[in-house]
Design a protein. Structure first.
Length: 251
């Protein structure tokens, strides 16, 4: 029986975040979901079991004060956090299409960067000290293929935020490695989620055609990569960016 860990998953009410939360709950870990969706409490109740409770906090991760509330809730529930998964993410697409760089407003840029990059940094900053004290920690950031290479449909603000998240991952990995804390990221390609469905149908069809395995990925396939990186079996992996994209981007 694996050690029961305490897990915080942002963006855990739907899509990839929900699949990740479901995976951790299925392994018997204690989970706290943080999401802006009104359904987050119902999702937590559905996933919860007597031996592996799932809790929920409805918050906007783009707001620093609300982020600090998540940290305090994790401390109150679990005495801290062993595993942090930064999955919450947004895009400023309009009508399913990326906004041209020259049309991205300052408000668009700031909002996407706050949610996709600043929130993972702030949560990591607040939770790493407790991980250091316990001599164990796992941080897994959900990046994107758009942070690894040029992906036209992604949009400039989204791509910049995910590239920054990969850089954040590597820097934290280097500084935290001596303390028993690993920091990695998963870079999904085209996955069937509500966010990816914002793209126009012809964009989705073209994307599937370009993927070597011939299809879009599913959320459970991304979750499996996250669960591995958060496990004891991945204790010698840190600073890595694991591509989950059906072979569409190979390095």
């Amino acid at each position: 029986m694996p050690t029961q860990r305490s897990v915080l998953v942002t963006g855990g009410a739907a899509g990839i975040g929900l699949a990740i939360a479901r995976g951790f709950a299925g392994l018997g870990h204690r989970v706290l979901l943080a999401d802006l969706s009104e359904s987050v409490h119902a999702v937590a109740e559905r996933l919860s079991t007597p031996h592996a409770p799932v809790h929920a906090e409805r918050v906007d991760v783009g707001d620093e004060a609300q982020l600090l509330r998540i940290v305090e809730r994790a401390k109150a529930l679990f005495g801290g956090c062993d595993i942090l998964v930064n999955c919450a993410g947004i895009s400023s697409k309009r009508n399913g299409l990326p906004t041209p760089p020259t049309d991205v407003t300052t408000a668009d840029w700031d909002r996407v960067l706050r949610v996709n990059l600043s929130a993972p940094f702030l949560l990591s900053r607040e939770l790493i000290p407790g991980m250091r004290q316990r001599g164990f920690g796992r941080i897994v950031n959900i990046a994107s293929r758009a942070g690894r290479t040029y992906v036209a449909p992604a949009g400039v603000d989204y791509a910049a935020s995910k590239a920054g998240l990969i850089g954040l991952t590597r820097h934290l990995a280097g500084t935290c490695a001596p303390d028993g804390i690993t920091v990695n990221c998963v870079a999904p390609g085209r996955i069937e989620t509500a966010l990816s469905s914002l793209s126009a149908p012809e964009v989705i069809a073209a994307a599937a055609k370009a993927i070597p395995v011939g299809r879009l990925g599913n959320t459970d396939e991304v979750a499996a990569a996250v669960l591995f990186l958060a496990s004891d079996d991945a204790s010698y992996i840190t600073g890595a960016c694991l591509d989950v994209n059906g072979g569409v981007f190979m390095t």
